[in-house]
Design a protein around this ligand. Sequence first.
Ligand SMILES: Nc1ncnc2c1ncn2[C@@H]1O[C@H](COP(=O)(O)OP(=O)(O)OP(=O)(O)O)[C@@H](O)[C@H]1O
Ligand SMILES: [Mg+2]
Length: 497
Amino acid sequence: MTRTVEIKNMSKRFGPTVALDNVSFEAHGGEILGLIGENGSGKSTATSIFAGMQRCDSGEMLFEGKAWSPVSMTDALNKGVGMIVQESGTVAGISVAENIFLGETKDFRKGLFIDRKRMIEEAQKALDGIGADHIRADAVTGTLDFQDRKLTEIAKVMVKAPRVLVVDETTTALSQKGRDIIYTIMNRMKEEGKTVIFISHDLDEIMEKCDRLTVLRDGKIIRTFEKNEFDPDAIRTSMIGREIEGSYYRADYGEETGKEIVLRAEGLCLGDQLKDLSFELHAGEILGVGGLSHCGMHTLGKVLFGAEKAEKGSFTVKGKAVRNEAEAMRLGIGYVAKDRDTESLCTEASIKDNIAVAGLDRFAVKNFLILPGKEKQYVNEQVQALSIKCRNADQYVSALSGGNKQKVAFGKWTGRRSEILILDCPTRGVDIGVKQAMYRLMDRIRKEGRSVLLISEELAELIGMSDRLLIMKDGRLEKEFKRDPELTEADVIRCMI
Ligand SMILES: Nc1ncnc2c1ncn2[C@@H]1O[C@H](COP(=O)(O)OP(=O)(O)OP(=O)(O)O)[C@@H](O)[C@H]1O
Ligand SMILES: [Mg+2]
């Protein structure tokens, strides 16, 4: 057993926030070490310091037994430490190949020119090598969906054949195919005697994949569990410092939803993403939508919010046609996009501004005269309801941990009492306590007669929360399941593939 990663007495503050408080842990060659802890507990901070993205205030790091102080992420990667970050890590306006070789184009210099053909060939090899051969290296990155951009990042890291790989909360927003690509890479590295540090909020996933598990809470290391000590309750308790009570999902079965149709889609078509899709959403209903990666479900969310236009077909909300985002909002539709950083949030603005922008009609007179006291109260209610970990609501969203950003995106739309909430992967990257709070909020929305369209990659959450569950396949509606305690993930998967 060789110690490849050693972090000793590491501390890091951001102004008054203590992100890491004397943290020490190690990871070995030939193992997958899990890191788990609530949102804002310091997982990304600790690993990103090791991967060269930022510096610690004090402490010591060793890589393969030698002092380690990378000056940048590229420096770390070139020396053998790669990280797949939680946030989006690609540049939209350039090609996939340029992203993969960002800052490395000198390797493809031919005199004064860059040998683009060879760069694209090499990039394609990198993509094929991780099993993402459906992505074209010459495509413009911005035209790819969230998952394919993530896979591009993975290819970028893997071309450097790192000896330590950090995977930060990447899997929950990916489909099974995307996850399998990552798991294959992790297992291969482990077999080759290399080290993987894997961060996830999915306890089942992390217990299955990891050899050891280190728990962080409020910037401190609480405990490391060896494989034979893995026990979900013990891990949860050490994460949150108390026992978590109550069930996760809805417990009711056989409840009637409202009869009133609040949203009706008829014959929606858009390229290969939506093919003649028709369905209805009722008042007081949680309608789940699931499927494989390119089944079209994420596009559906965008279209229903008016952010993308269908080529054919129509949809109406309470009988009225919706043509753009402004109309959608006026008709009471809220939308939490899957890609929160580019579509749901303005990260270079405060929590307050992000939340308030959608709730204007809740505290402004005639929609323009803002009453600062009411605005503050409104924002603080959302911050508390979701326990957003921040100093105060004036803090920039960019300074929040990944899961806390997600809470802001969620609070922005749940706060304004939208009549219809379109949620695309809403619980991505949030810890179990917050997940539970989000599920309760969805349940409350339903009981108040409002409606939720829940688009998700998490089958357990779809089955646990939906009144009805639509499964999409290749842009079409493949099957509809009714809420049923007997319904299993296997039943659902069978009609997805
Ligand atoms: N750039 C920054 N500026 C200010 N505070 C920051 C910054 N980055 C992180 N923090 C704070 O440091 C703490 C630890 O954040 P970190 O991102 O490491 O948490 P995490 O465990 O990765 O959480 P999550 O599960 O939500 O991703 C949080 O309180 C966060 O708000
Ligand atoms: Mg994080």
